[in-house]
Write a protein that binds this ligand. Structure first.
Ligand code: ADP
Ligand code: MG
Length: 304
């Protein structure tokens, strides 16, 4: 077991930020920690990385209690904080050499060179951090997090604020790092964890409401409504006779909302249907469920 979280509760004054949280992360897993803003993600990550104490409960990292062994735990964890504190006036290489010194790394120069290559910072290594784009700043943060070659990486919203290209690059970088390390990353975006993670833990108002394989949880995020536009009018009964269709609704006969039975994806069947009728599909899309709706669904399930 790489990380074991047992009955962790955290109060800030009177406010409860984490409520009896328990789950485990196996060595080598990439897990997504998903929840809306204010759910308690950063709080738990700070507890795991021994930056703040829990009010009660325990966290073990590689079998060590984080509160009793905070320095040893910190040496085994790479942490990218949500507001990644970087020194904007320092040069990339200078900053990483400085960080390597803090970690007490023996072959500083070699290690920094290695890490710069690993995170794709080679062409930017002689710039000031403040001059870098957000995506490259994030690479500097990742470089700093892996300098001491930790076995566990804790990444707090590593892709927030990146543009689509940077997002893709940082995602593949995290995937690559995840081949050799245990990774826990937080986000409030479902697509994010779908793209990267083996398993997803969902937190809502300080409580864990789901913990399952990505494939299983993904289903919850796909709604059962298809929105489709045909070139020519379609008969309602013909549509409702397609196996798996629960209900078809339209005002003009061309634009339809189709409710399908749970866990089905009838999009290709609808294309076949159109072809058989000498009709064609102009647009088709499956509606995505809103994150908030899924949280509601999950919370009502746990309370029931
Ligand atoms: P997330 O990272 O999921 O957005 P946080 O862990 O940052 O959530 O916050 C969880 C809850 O704890 C929020 O209601 C937040 O306002 C509160 N909180 C976080 N940090 C502090 C703090 N230092 N003092 C008081 N309340 C805090
Ligand atoms: Mg946060």
């Amino acid at each position: 077991m790489s990380i074991s979280i047992k009955n962790v509760t955290k109060y800030y004054g009177k406010q409860k930020a984490l409520d009896n949280v328990s789950f485990e992360i196996e060595a080598g897993e990439i897990i997504g920690f998903l929840g809306p803003n204010g759910a308690g993600k950063s709080t738990l990550m700070k507890i795991i990385t021994a930056y703040i104490p829990a009010s009660s409960g325990t966290v073990l990292v590689n079998g060590l209690d984080v509160e009793e062994n905070d320095l040893k735990v910190k040496s085994q964890i790479g942490y990218l904080a949500e507001q990644n504190p970087l020194y904007y006036e320092m040069y990339v290489k200078e900053f990483l050499l400085f960080s390597a010194g803090i970690y007490g790394i023996a072959n500083k120069k070699e290690r920094v060179k290695e890490v710069i290559e690993e995170v794709g910072l080679t062409i930017e290594q002689n710039k000031k951090i403040g001059q870098l784009s957000k995506g490259y700043k994030q690479r500097v943060g990742l470089a700093q997090a892996i300098l001491h070659d930790p076995s566990v990486l804790i990444l707090d919203e590593p892709t927030t604020g990146l543009d689509p290209n940077q997002l893709e690059e940082i995602r593949s970088l995290i995937k690559e790092l995840g081949k050799k390390k245990t990774v826990m990353l937080s986000t409030h975006i479902m697509q994010e964890v779908e793209a990267i993670c083996d398993r997803i833990v969902i937190i809502h108002q300080g409580k864990i409401v789901a913990n399952d394989k990505t494939k299983e949880l993904s289903k919850l995020f796909h709604s059962n409504r298809i929105i489709i536009e045909f070139a020519n009018s379609v008969n309602k009964n013909d549509l409702q006779n397609i196996e798996g269709v629960q209900k078809a609704i339209s005002e003009d006969g061309k634009n339809w909302a189709i409710l399908q039975k749970k866990d089905l994806d009838l999009r290709s069947k609808l294309f076949d249907f159109a072809v058989k009728q000498n009709n064609s599909v102009l647009t088709i899309q499956m509606e995505e469920s809103k994150l908030e709706d899924v949280f509601k669904q999950l919370t009502s399930k746990t309370e029931a």
